[in-house]
Design a protein around this ligand. Sequence first.
Ligand SMILES: Nc1nc2c(ncn2[C@@H]2O[C@H](COP(=O)(O)OP(=O)(O)OP(=O)(O)O)[C@@H](O)[C@H]2O)c(=O)[nH]1
Ligand SMILES: [Mg+2]
Length: 201
Amino acid sequence: MDSKGFDRLGRDASGGTRSVKIMIAGGFGTGKTTMVGSVSDIKPLTTEETLTQASAGVDPLIGVTDKTQTTVSLDFGKIGLNDSLVLYLFGTPGQERFWFLWNGLFKGALGAVVLVDTRRLASSFRAIEEMERQDVPFVVALNVFPDSRTYPVEEIRDALDIPAHIPVVSFDARDRASSRDVLVALVHHLKERSAVAVESR
Ligand SMILES: Nc1nc2c(ncn2[C@@H]2O[C@H](COP(=O)(O)OP(=O)(O)OP(=O)(O)O)[C@@H](O)[C@H]2O)c(=O)[nH]1
Ligand SMILES: [Mg+2]
């Protein structure tokens, strides 16, 4: 228990609602802000700023040409998965020049979703490497854009060197139910790792 009477999983002394911090991470423009916005029960907090020339050549807009804004600090949202589990969602900035912020943002996080745009695997590869450095359990979520080719999950796993024990799921970040399914997959993964005991509904 901490000084406020909550244990590491956010449970109060009566064993009531658990509040856990979950990161929504991934490379530039993979749909992190979109996912937090679609799945959050509350109006999400965003820190979007207009894309500038500073990112030109570093974070190419291939596949996301209509993108005009980027997260410069974090996204914040919240979702009650069931009566006893509330997830606080923290979306990371995707531009690599802001990745130094990840160190602080990940503090206290129980798990993470790493978004991947299969059209731009290079940026996702770096994000997965970074996740291993952060040492937080994670699942990989392939955000399927309309013009994405459909790859067998095993092919993506090989291409990104994702170990067999890490779940890889496909989803649509714009869709609340689909985004929620990803969070449920993460919670199951955490449960399997005995990091959190969740009573399923
Ligand atoms: N078609 C389609 N477009 C998407 C999807 N997810 C995001 N987008 C679009 O892709 C662009 C990037 O989405 P964002 O949610 O801003 O991505 P992000 O990962 O937060 O980006 P950064 O914060 O800049 O790293 C936006 O123009 C979205 O409207 C998706 O699932 N399908
Ligand atoms: Mg964003």
